[in-house]
Design a protein around this ligand. Structure first.
Ligand code: GRF
Length: 206
């Protein structure tokens, strides 16, 4: 059984998608939701279905290394196998990436390598896609490496940009049509043992 921790900072719609799709990954368990924000609505979503929650607040730690060490300690204590970043607002330390190499999954709301990297969160990737004039955008689920949004890509899903799109509308469609199904599929494939990473290429054994 793969024990999963979902790391969140906010509303947790991606967490909700995972909760709703639990039956599709019977080899995995949503064991823990860890939030960097004590007021995150994601905590309520977890608690309402009986998933353990814990808050590790960045403000309680002097720097990123100490903060991510505290997270690492919680995950080790809970014997977590797979970490899912679902709207987690912090970049994890290189130590964290090393300990959990190819065992941390992130969902990014753009087609990497476009509109990604430091500072590209919230509405920004969507606004950047509109400003650039691309005709397609979407979401990418990938393993986490020390480089922001730079790790091996597991899967991508695209959608058309519409003439009257705003960043807000695009964000909503990307979430509903790309992020939520893609993240659930990645967790399903991982927990079924279907993902093999060679260099930066992820091979999927379907
Ligand atoms: C999503 O757009 C996700 O791609 C990004 O942060 C947002 C989180 O939304 N990493 P939610 O908290 O899952 O609703």
């Amino acid at each position: 059984m793969t024990r999963i921790a979902v790391l969140v900072s906010g509303g947790g719609t991606n967490l909700q998608a995972l909760i709703d799709a639990r039956a599709t990954f019977p080899d995995a368990e949503l064991a823990l939701v860890l939030s960097s924000n004590p007021d995150a609505y994601a905590l309520k979503r977890a608690q309402s279905v009986g998933i353990d929650t814990v808050v590790v607040n960045k403000k309680d730690w002097p720097d990123r290394v100490a903060f991510t060490r505290a997270i690492l300690d919680k995950l080790t204590e809970q014997r977590i196998d797979l970490v899912v970043l679902a709207g987690f607002m912090f970049v994890l330390s290189p130590e964290f990436c090393r300990v959990y190499e190819n065992r941390v999954i992130n969902i990014h709301p753009a087609l990497i390598p476009s509109f990604c990297g430091d500072g590209m969160y919230g509405l920004r990737p969507h606004q950047a896609a509109l400003d650039y004039g691309v005709k397609l955008t979407g979401a990418t689920v990938h393993f986490v490496s020390p480089e922001t949004d730079g790790g091996p890509i597991i899967a991508q899903r695209a959608l058309d940009i519409l003439p009257d799109d705003t960043a807000e509308r695009l964000q909503r469609r990307v979430m509903e049509q790309c992020e939520w199904p893609l993240l659930c599929e990645a967790v399903r494939l991982y927990s079924a043992g279907a993902l093999t990473v060679r260099g930066r290429i992820v091979h999927i054994d379907r």
